[in-house]
Design a protein around this ligand. Sequence first.
Ligand SMILES: [Zn+2]
Length: 116
Amino acid sequence: MHELSLARRILRQVEELRNEYVDQHISAVELEVGLMSGVDPDILAVSLQDEQVDRDKPVEFVINVVPVLAHCSKCQKDFQVEHYAFSCVLCGSTEIEVTGGDCVRIMSITVEDLEV
Ligand SMILES: [Zn+2]
């Protein structure tokens, strides 16, 4: 996929967050990358680093790869999808809904007070 443009978008989001934390420095950002998001976490990590080479205080990114989660609309079970087997682990139904692991998002940020 487009890890580089995604990295730029994430950095823009972090930039916007900076405006909310004017007296503080955003030191780390935790990201969630879903297994089914189509994003390669390693390439994303490299892209995020490359995009920040000119920065004197680069943000450290922590990338958590999360599994694909699904919900069975037949027996209401929530389960983890393994090996892209999109059927319910309990009843075998294919009427399932993916509830997680299909996107990339910012989970948390770490801010530090700026040294005066
Ligand atoms: Zn089921």
